[in-house]
Ligand binder design. Structure first.
Ligand code: ADP
Length: 217
C-alpha cells in the first residue's frame, strides 16, 4: 500500500530538511504547504494578499484553503505511489481531512514527530537560509555555507532569508503551534499512531532513524 509520510513538529524542528532527504530515499514527492502557500502569496489577488498577511503574522491560513491546496496537489500523478507531507496537518480539522483523503486514496498514514527544545528552535529558525535554486537549507549558526551567503552548489545564487524567520514572527509561530498544532500530538499519541524522534542530532543520523522507523512498519 502506498504511504503518506507526515512530518510533525514545531517550526524549526527540521521537518523540511528531513522531508527532503526522505523524498529522495523513497522516491516520493515532498509536499511543503508552507512553500506552496509562499508561492501563492506572491499573486496580486485577494487570496494572495490574505496569505501574505497571515504568514507575516505567524498565523495559520484557513483550513478551507489548505483543503484545496492538498486535494489538488495530491491528485497529481507523481503522488500515486505515495508522498511526504511537510507542514500539514496543523489543526485537528486538517487531521480529519487527512484521514479522509488517505481512505479515499487507499494509502497508509505514517506520522513522524521530530522533537527539539524551544531554545534551539529559535536559533534554528532565525539562522535559516535557503538556496533559491536547489532549495538546500543552511543555517548561519550550525551549517554555514562555505562562502558567506551563497550556496555551495550554486555560487551564483545569494541565499534567501524567509520574511517570517525573524524573532518576532517566530515567537508568534511558536505560540500558534502550541495553540493549534500541539493538540494534534495528543490526538495521535492516544491512538498510538505517532513515532517520535529526537531532533537534536545531525540531520543524517536523524534521517537514518526515521527511515528505520518507516521501513519497520
Ligand atoms: P514552519 O513549519 O517552519 O513554521 P512552514 O514553511 O511550514 O514553516 O509554514 C510557514 C507558514 O505557512 C505558517 O506559519 C502558516 O502561516 C502557513 N502554513 C503552512 N502550512 C499550513 C497549514 N497546514 N495550515 C495553515 N497554515 C499553514
Amino acid at each position: 500500500m502506498g504511504k503518506i509520510i507526515v512530518m510533525v513538529g514545531a517550526p524549526g524542528a527540521g521537518k523540511g530538511t528531513q522531508a527532503r532527504l526522505l523524498a529522495e530515499h523513497f522516491g516520493y514527492p515532498q509536499i511543503s504547504t508552507g512553500e506552496i502557500l509562499r508561492e501563492m502569496a506572491q499573486a496580486d489577488t485577494s487570496l494572495g494578499r490574505e496569505i501574505r498577511e497571515l504568514q507575516a503574522a505567524g498565523r495559520l491560513v484557513s483550513d478551507d484553503t489548505l483543503a484545496e491546496v492538498i486535494l489538488s496537489r495530491t491528485s497529481q500523478p507523481d503522488c500515486a505511489d505515495g508522498y511526504i507531507l511537510d507542514g500539514f496537518p496543523r489543526t485537528l480539522k486538517q487531521a480529519a481531512m487527512l484521514e479522509d483523503l488517505a481512505r479515499k486514496q487507499g494509502k497508509e498514514v505514517v506520522l513522524v514527530r521530530v522533537v527539539v527544545s524551544d531554545e534551539a528552535l529559535m536559533k534554528r529558525v532565525t539562522g535559516r537560509r535557503n538556496c533559491p535554486c536547489c532549495k538546500e537549507i543552511y543555517n548561519i549558526y550550525f551549517k554555514p555555507p562555505k562562502n558567506d551567503n551563497v550556496c555551495d552548489n550554486h555560487p551564483e545564487a545569494q541565499l534567501e532569508h524567509r520574511a517570517d524567520d525573524n524573532p518576532e514572527t517566530v515567537r508568534a509561530r511558536l505560540a500558534t503551534y502550541d495553540e493549534k498544532t500541539r493538540p494534534l500530538i495528543d490526538y495521535y499519541r492516544k491512538d498510538g499512531l505517532l513515532q517520535t524522534v529526537d531532533g537534536r542530532g545531525d540531520a543524517e543520523s536523524i534521517y537514518k532513524e526515521i527511515v528505520r522507523i518507516i521501513t519497520a512498519q
